[in-house]
Design a binder for this molecule. Sequence first.
Ligand SMILES: [Zn+2]
Length: 176
Amino acid sequence: MKWRPIITGGLICAAGAGVVLWVIHARLVGHWIQVHTGTVNEPGPYYGFWSGFGSDLTEFGIIGAIATGVYQLVKKYNCHQPGCWRVGNHPAAGGQFSLCYRHHPDYQGKKPTQELIQRLHREHLERQALTLGRLHEAHERLMARPAAGDGGSGPGAPATPAASNGTTQAGAGAPT
Ligand SMILES: [Zn+2]
């Protein structure tokens, strides 16, 4: 239960001790850094490193960044089936997976045929209509509840001007 504050406190103490040690031995640490980065004693043991291999370190960083970007892109567009190297541009499970046509459960390992595309499209439209219908129903029910609670004021209000104008029933019904 109480492990987290203990660990956090310990880490803070360790960091504090490190800073204190650094400050006490500042001259020593500073000198160590200066020698190892080649700031002082230029033709010293690290000259060859910093003018040779060390000068390429930034390039390695750039190459690493590019490699990471390519890796992320591959991860993004690669089929999610383990061991598959095809481009997965068919979403499954509501976009949770990107699968190639071979591994998408709807296509059964074959390239989608004209007939399959038509059928899936029709099914999708039917599902959408059903969902929209249900949403509409729920909305209607929500809207009807406060109107019924209000009593006569809700539906009664639009009827009054129509009656005072003396228009017919058909005329009053048209705008609503
Ligand atoms: Zn695949």
